[in-house]
Ligand binder design. Sequence first.
Ligand SMILES: Nc1ncnc2c1ncn2[C@@H]1O[C@H](COP(=O)(O)OP(=O)(O)OP(=O)(O)O)[C@@H](O)[C@H]1O
Ligand SMILES: [Mg+2]
Length: 253
Amino acid sequence: MTALLEVRDLSVVFDGFRAIDGVDFTVDSGELRFLIGPNGAGKTTLIDIITGLTKPTTGTVVFDGNSLAGKREHERVRLGIGRTFQTSVVFEDLTVLENLDLAASFRRPLWSLLRRRKGVIAAVEQALETTGLADLAPRKAGVLSHGQRQWLEIGMLIAQGPRLLLLDEPVAGMSSDERARTGELLTSIAKDHTVIVIEHDMEFLRRYASQVTVLHEGKVLIEGSVDEVRADPRVQEVYLGRAREEAAHDAVT
Ligand SMILES: Nc1ncnc2c1ncn2[C@@H]1O[C@H](COP(=O)(O)OP(=O)(O)OP(=O)(O)O)[C@@H](O)[C@H]1O
Ligand SMILES: [Mg+2]
């Protein structure tokens, strides 16, 4: 396998606070990588840097052999880096189909205008099929359930034909049925894309993850298989420590 994404010695400082602190992170082409860590670990910030939303203080990000330094967000999208956000960004008054259609048109260059419709339609059909949303194509996005909305967002991403998908907590707030379906969806997308998924939930990881990177206080704590990561005492401390803090907080409120 070859590296599709290479992050080297990355740091970002916000008002004197190191949200990312010397991170090295490599993802090979075709991987489904899980990125986990407690609240505030720097997971979203890392994705923000890769997509160009946040500028790193030091370090480099190389995608498919090209440095991303100085590249704007839309340029990175054009190179094939797509992301979802922790909060949903679908257009509620448009139908599922229209949302996908819009997303699919987005990355295509103007010179392909004449051939454009054909490519867009194929990409939209593919996205509908992959996400299992075909039956809901004519429905307004505003009436979708929380889970269906997340799948639509993932579909909008696929419709843009990215090579690397960055998904920020796609199963947050989902029912256990929806989680299972999302796990299957990620597995299926990973067959022909490279995917990085942010998730907290160990149970979800146990079922769907193979390689896991754990971030803690802006640093990579450990990287390895789900079993290796779960067995690591530092990971247990980070997660149990958080559980203890939450229990203490609940006790006083
Ligand atoms: N734009 C910003 N300005 C200042 N501080 C920030 C900014 N963005 C993030 N931070 C801080 O950086 C740290 C890492 O935040 P980040 O959102 O990356 O964590 P996370 O791992 O995604 O957490 P969560 O699980 O809660 O989503 C936090 O302490 C956060 O408050
Ligand atoms: Mg986050």
